[in-house]
Design a binder for this molecule. Sequence first.
Ligand SMILES: Cc1ncc(COP(=O)(O)O)c(C=O)c1O
Length: 428
Amino acid sequence: MAKRDAIDPANGHEVLENTLGPLAACWGRENGHLAIDGQPLSKRIPQTPAYLYSRRCLDAAVASLRSALPESIGIHYAIKANPFPPLLRHMAGLVDGFDCASLTEMQQASEVADSGQKLSIAGPAKSRAEHRFAIENGITINAESVGELERIMTAARLSGQRARVALRVNPPFALKGSGMHMGGGARPFGIDSEAIPALLEQRAALAEGGIDLVGLHLFAGSQSLDIEAIAATLDAWTELLRDWQDSTGYTPGELIIGPGLGVAYHPGDRPLDLDTLAPAFARLGEALSALGENGGTNIDTRLELGRFLVAAAGVYLTRVVDRKVSRGTTYLVCDGGMHHHLALSGNLGAVLRRNWPLVAADHLDDAASETVDLAGPLCTPLDVLGKKQSLPPLAPGDWIAVLQSGAYGASASPGAFLSRDAAMEFLV
Ligand SMILES: Cc1ncc(COP(=O)(O)O)c(C=O)c1O
């Protein structure tokens, strides 16, 4: 077979070696096979379709973020990015707390977290059961509206316990360059920033109603690869906090900040360079410690994020079932598809579908000599795994590995669609 001199830069091979950067050490190559701990993935995993997550990659991702953060800023893992229980147990040994989005996530987090780890719940339509569980377990409720504050007071009264509450702020700005805007303009998430000072003035009334206002939840967007925009957003948050301290005398005891760190999923995406971002984190730490001193409080600050911690730690593995040519286009039809990996098919929030980094898991040393489309098993044209992708010639039985697949995969896909089997998940 030809050697890999002619690797197409738009293809996953390049991403494997360059985009993963320090994480490439987790997914290695062994005699042309994509490997983990020196063993080909296709030998390590009994079947496809499957997700495989690497503990070592998770460790590396959290360590790389920690090394860019001042010691005063902790890390909360947003479970929604990947709630696979073994992965969650592993994350519990790495992070300082968890962000939950449902009763089930709170229960999962409570099972794995130790007493020093903080939990919070966000989401614009929390149920009574969610409020009750949070209150009874000391979980911070990120309040998304004035109406929710009233419901929390009722829940606190009924359960006879006080509620830990952070006000979730809908800022006057969005995180620029983010794939998903969660702030700026009109949003169902959080309380508009202009309404926050009046609420802060009502701290005593909230306290009387059973609410301990422990701090603020700041989240402006996610999936940004724009370092300047991320830094500017962090600066803008501290400016808002300074304004509110000046106007209301309020200094939050706790802050949860979503930095929106993105993942390089597509050819041409440049992965975030944490060394370049580190000064912005340092500035954040310094600004908050100055605010804290000014307010006589030590502001307990955590970054809340999901995909950045887990995306590179996961690969989605699928096998070629059929190879066919239709009017000049070669299709590799695979056993995995959008019912397991909606984002790969371009149907999870993408305006236009773009290819993902994928590789022929057992042919890494073979030249990418043909251009193919990859389709999944569902009877819909939406079930796309790749378009015009350069790969070595593959046949039924060959394995494809989709990289950067550890976040928003199995749990963010329509698994019941067409009633096909779920993807197996493994943590090694
Ligand atoms: C409130 C909240 N926190 C955290 C996250 C995690 O975002 P990401 O996985 O992009 O870090 C999200 C994503 O939508 C969110 O809405």
